[in-house]
Design a protein around this ligand. Structure first.
Ligand SMILES: [Zn+2]
Length: 91
């Protein structure tokens, strides 16, 4: 259903469904922030509170897990939102 990282194809290659109804807008970013970034931030806070590591440990651990977690969950969230729009809005 995706032609690039977050761009949808015009039509489903399997069944020909027209994806013009799909407008996820900022939804994937919102859910990545609330569902992915929030718990991962607690890991970074736990790391700091428990071990008080030097700043470069956060640069090597906290920043990558937040970046990979948030960017990696954008696409599944977009797919979920498009599916939800299809179920709730397409007649
Ligand atoms: Zn299809």
């Amino acid at each position: 259903m995706f032609r690039s990282w977050l761009k949808l194809v015009d039509r489903c290659p399997a069944c020909g469904l027209d994806y013009s109804f799909a407008h996820a807008d900022d939804g994937p970013a919102f859910f990545a922030l609330c569902i992915t970034a929030f718990p991962l931030t607690f890991i970074a806070v736990w790391l700091e509170v428990t071990f008080s590591p030097p700043w470069w440990v956060h640069a090597l651990v906290s920043v990558p897990i937040l970046a990979i977690g948030c960017l990696g969950s954008l696409r599944p969230f977009k797919g979920w939102l498009v599916a939800s729009q299809y179920l709730n809005e397409v007649p």
